[in-house]
Design a binder for this molecule. Structure first.
Ligand code: ADP
Ligand code: 5GP
Length: 208
């Protein structure tokens, strides 16, 4: 019996290394699909439409909301971000573990709709290292970095809503740990209800 994949929500402060981690996870292990979000923010140098994000105008994004085309959306630092519904549903049905790399408001909305979703929070080893990574990435102005650091302090209040934290200190160690947590979560009874029910029915049939 092919099992449905699980929905994995990965959140964490901007600059903690979520994008880097997820990219490495998908390179190293099979069976994952990464959902590409829609956003109204400007592409960063090197980002491509349809690869990192679907870059939309505000009006286009609002149309998607109206058509119920998004599983969730949120406003983050003055821009809209949202998860297209079709791709996620299709990949889950094909047995893939689908990763959503989204912020906390979106994560909580996903958990309400998909109670089996696995919520993971990526932490930097320290706040100073977080700032170093944000500065080192070189993609944001000083003003935006300050905004994201303030936002991180706010987001830190919500960490207990997640099932696991993973600390992104050494990248490869963290990728292995992430994969291990996902593999274990896939085997909880709650995420295998259909399989368990099938076995129960078979066992009933075996009774003589
Ligand atoms: P996020 O997606 O969480 O905003 P990124 O993946 O863009 O973060 O990472 C932010 C910066 O930190 C990037 O320049 C990236 O190369 C760097 N980085 C990511 N993981 C590590 C790590 N384990 N050690 C050192 N630097 C890292
Ligand atoms: P960035 O601008 O750095 O790419 O992303 C900013 C924040 O938006 C990150 O915390 C990222 O996880 C979050 N984000 C990206 N896509 C989505 C989405 O589809 N929905 C929500 N709620 N957050 C998202």
């Amino acid at each position: 019996m092919r099992r449905k994949g699980i929905l994995i929500v990965i959140s964490g402060f901007s600059g903690a290394g979520k994008g880097t981690l997820v990219k490495r996870l998908i390179e190293r292990y099979d069976g994952y699909a990464l959902s590409v979000s829609a956003t109204t923010r400007q592409p960063r140098p090197g980002e491509e439409d349809g690869r990192e994000y679907f870059f939309l105008q505000k009006e286009q994004f609002e149309r998607k909301i109206a058509e119920n085309g998004l599983i969730e959306y949120a406003c983050y630092c003055d821009n809209y971000y949202g998860t297209p519904r079709d791709y996620v549903e299709r990949q889950l049905a094909e047995g893939k573990n689908v990763i959503l790399e989204i912020e906390i408001q979106g994560a909580l909305k996903v958990k309400k709709q998909y109670d089996d979703a696995l919520l993971l929070f990526v932490m930097p080893p320290s706040a100073a290292e977080l700032r170093r990574r944000l500065v080192g990435r070189g993609t944001e102005t000083q003003e935006v970095i300050e905004k994201r650091m303030r936002r991180a302090a706010k987001e830190a209040e919500g960490i207990e809503s997640y099932e696991y934290i993973v600390v992104n200190d050494d990248l490869e160690t963290c990728v292995e740990q992430l994969h291990g947590i996902i593999a274990a979560a896939r085997n909880t009874p709650g995420r295998n209800r259909e399989f368990i029910e099938n076995i129960r029915t078979e066992l009933e049939g075996e009774k003589s």
